[in-house]
Design a protein around this ligand. Structure first.
Ligand SMILES: *Cc1c(COP(=O)(O)O)cnc(C)c1O
Ligand code: SF4
Length: 335
């Protein structure tokens, strides 16, 4: 009943309003899901420095009354995140060392990653950027122009990746400014966005956004981030369709997460369901060993077993590459 009312409300709300109206604390979310806090065996952290944040569109795909729901578990802050675990640190990828300045990370040949904003619509507990030292604010016009001059100086650059945070947290007009500036780079051949917003808040894919991407002078690739087949519903399918008709190439990357998607049936279904929406599987990442995320870690032996099983069950073009990111490596590293 509550769900239905909310959905009707959501249909009338702009994506910005939905973004602002997200769940911001565990108690509200659990109450809405009809879950008694007492039934959750792990202690919930109600004042984490990386607080709960979930749009209703994503929460509406969680199973009512199930404390072990795989979508809920991705966002529920637990006290155990505060336990220091050896091997887990704040910047395991040494990203600070690869930051050119002005929000640019340049690790790989030909590609530069831009931190377009630090903001995200959803806070994923396993996130490798949870300790990243940038503010929750978007780029100013001056910062954009400094960034562009920096990119112009990179001789090998033919692809720019908008990341963050989530670049689609930016407004359409701010994105338009950024895209207009990037379109002036003479050697640019591909524009890529790394985003979870079309999954967690599908109304973010406005007609204006889709058109803007469709009119960009180079090929455009959107790498989505979904970890579980339950994340993909009809609203997501509609958002993917809006992008596909604009000839945007759609890929998905996932993180292998203990108790959430660490079995071959789940990943198989995720890859198949994604493809029905026009999305190809790209990467299956081993978790970055970031402080606070140890409960999500899956061992390499288990990861390899899952991947080997996927190879036997899926067409080759739907098997994600199993990789980890290693500080100093020249690409993602296959396991
Ligand atoms: C992952 C990543 C990329 C993109 O790597 P691909 O293998 O091309 O997807 C680029 N820059 C940085 C800093 C990255 O972390
Ligand atoms: S960067 Fe991606 S994984 Fe991290 S919190 Fe934002 S949406 Fe989640």
């Amino acid at each position: 009943m509550i769900t239905r009312n909310l959905r009707i409300e959501n249909d009338k709300m702009s994506w910005e309003q939905q973004y602002a109206a997200s769940f911001r604390n565990p108690t509200d979310l659990l109450t809405w899901l009809g879950i008694d806090i007492g039934t959750i065996s792990d202690a919930i952290d109600t004042d984490s420095e990386f607080p709960l944040r979930v749009p209703h569109a994503f929460a509406s795909r969680m199973l009512h009354g199930n404390p072990d729901d795989p979508l809920l578990r991705q966002v529920l802050p637990l006290k155990n995140e505060r336990i220091p675990v050896s091997g887990f640190s704040n910047d395991p990828l040494d990203e600070e060392n690869y930051t050119v300045g002005n929000g640019i990370i340049k690790k790989y040949q030909g590609r530069a990653l831009l931190i377009a904003t630090g903001a995200c619509a959803i806070h994923c507990r396993y996130c490798f950027r949870r300790h990243y030292p940038y503010a929750d604010e978007s780029l100013t016009r001056e910062q954009i122009s400094t960034m562009i001059s920096e990119l112009r100086r990179m001789g090998d650059l033919d692809e720019v990746i908008l990341s963050g945070g989530d670049p689609l947290s930016l407004s359409d007009s701010r994105l338009e400014e950024l895209l207009d500036a990037l379109a002036t780079l003479p050697k640019l051949r591909r524009l890529r966005l790394h985003t979870r917003l079309p999954i967690v808040l599908p109304d973010r894919v406005t007609g204006r956004l889709a058109t803007m991407l469709g009119q960009f002078p180079t090929e455009v690739v959107c790498v989505m981030h979904a970890n579980h087949p339950n994340e993909l519903d009809d609203q997501v399918a509609a958002a993917m369709h809006r992008l596909r008709v604009e000839n945007v190439t759609l890929l998905n990357q996932s993180v292998l997460l203990n108790r959430i998607n660490n079995d071959s049936d789940t990943i198989e279904l995720l890859c198949k369901k994604g493809f029905e929406m026009g999305v190809l599987s790209y990467y299956l990442h081993q978790l970055d060993p970031v402080s606070g995320t140890h409960a999500f870690a899956v061992g390499d032996a288990e990861a390899n077993e899952i991947h080997a099983e996927l190879l036997t069950r899926l067409p080759g073009y739907l098997v994600p590459k199993l990789v980890r990111e290693q500080a100093g490596a020249l690409s993602k590293t296959p396991l």
